[in-house]
Design a protein. Structure first.
Length: 256
């Protein structure tokens, strides 16, 4: 069963901590309200825009602006303009190389984010990069963008307590949603992510990668993960299902 509506981005959120049992105003990614059923995000690389018609069938689109041979603000702005024509909310991600992306230069990554905030409905930045991009996060929040702060572990799934501590760290850094993606090479790893999803006192998006990554894209939303990601064309993470396949499963299991 899905978690109830979460803190907005940042509609109705004050500076005081909210009691866990009190109702939360709805989180939104652009016009998309999160929480009623899991939202399917079609992830697409900057060099794969030919798959935009597939991406447009999802609830939202993630543009991976690092997945290109020629990254930069101008190419990203052009891609965002093209994707905005689909009418879907856009999540902008410029993933760091140390967490599975293709850009190692943080200055270049932050320059892309800053140049493109006006064309995005949300951003995904690693928790490890949040301190570097504190002004970026401030600007995103001022513009009403959904702020996702994320961690990616391509080796293992850490213990429940470790992951909950990372959720708390993301909240301290100002996340609307904390995204956790870990390697799930066993069912025990999937269970850890389920426990984290069920017990986290803050909105989360949890995802498995690797052997049981596909399974995680369905069972973790059932535990309360707000978002699940599928590939519009080439997978952007190990174990990622095609977006259309994921949409069909979501619509069967969670009818509108």
């Amino acid at each position: 069963m899905l978690r109830g509506p979460a803190v907005s981005s940042r509609e109705g959120q004050g500076d005081e901590p909210r009691d866990r049992g009190s109702p939360r105003p709805a989180l939104r990614l652009g016009a998309l309200a999160l929480g009623d059923r899991p939202a399917v995000v079609a992830s697409i690389g900057l060099d794969d825009l030919a798959a935009e018609e597939i991406a447009a069938r999802a609830d939202a689109i993630e543009l991976r602006a690092d997945l290109t041979a020629h990254p930069g603000p101008e190419a990203t702005r052009a891609a965002l303009s093209r994707l905005r024509a689909t009418g879907r909310p856009i999540l902008l991600t410029v993933r760091a190389a140390r967490e599975g992306g293709q850009l190692a230069d943080d200055r270049q990554r932050l320059a892309i984010y800053r140049a493109c905030l006006t064309q995005a409905d949300g951003i995904d930045l690693e928790i490890a990069s949040a301190a570097l991009g504190a002004d970026l996060l401030c600007s995103a929040r001022q513009r009403g963008l959904l702020v996702i702060l994320s961690i990616h572990d391509f080796a293992t799934t850490p213990a429940r307590e470790v992951l909950l501590a990372r959720v708390a760290e993301g909240v301290r850094q100002g996340a609307d949603v904390v995204k956790i993606a870990t390697t799930t090479d066993s069912l025990a790893a999937v269970r850890i992510l389920m426990e984290v999803t069920l017990s986290a006192p803050h909105p989360v998006a949890t995802l498995g990668m690797g052997r049981f990554g596909a399974l995680s894209r369905i069972v973790l939303p059932a535990a309360g993960s707000l978002l699940t990601y599928g590939a519009a064309h080439r997978p952007t993470a190990p174990g990622q299902l095609p977006a259309l396949e994921l949409l069909a499963l979501r619509d069967k299991l969670w009818p509108a």
